[in-house]
Design a binder for this molecule. Structure first.
Ligand SMILES: [Zn+2]
Length: 109
């Protein structure tokens, strides 16, 4: 699930763009809530990786597949237990500004 960087550079920040359904800049385009209830998971992982944590996508993905049943085109509720937080999930939630203990994510690849 690595970020697929394309040769095209972002006009705003000059860094490589990524291909995920379309070519876009994961730094400059922060993922938006798809509805008021959920985010696209990969867009969020790419955002954290591009803005602050190289390799985050693969690391976090590896953790998530060990914990959750993932299927393409599905929804998954990811939780961040405040009493036993996982550092990767904590980072994801912090970067996305998610204050709840769990969040719904849409999965598609
Ligand atoms: Zn950019």
């Amino acid at each position: 699930m690595s970020m697929y960087k394309v040769k095209e550079l972002c006009k705003k920040c000059g860094k490589p763009m990524v291909m995920y359904y379309r070519v876009y800049c994961p730094r400059c385009e922060k993922p938006k809530l798809k509805t008021t209830e959920y985010y696209n998971l990969l867009e969020c992982l790419y955002y954290v990786e591009a803005t602050s944590h190289p390799g985050f996508t693969d690391k976090c993905w590896e953790y998530l597949v060990s914990k959750y049943d993932f299927a393409n085109n599905s929804m998954v509720c990811i939780g961040n237990d405040p009493y036993d937080p996982n550092p990767l999930i904590q980072e994801l939630f912090e970067k996305m500004g998610i204050e709840d203990e769990s969040m719904e994510f849409e999965l598609s690849w």
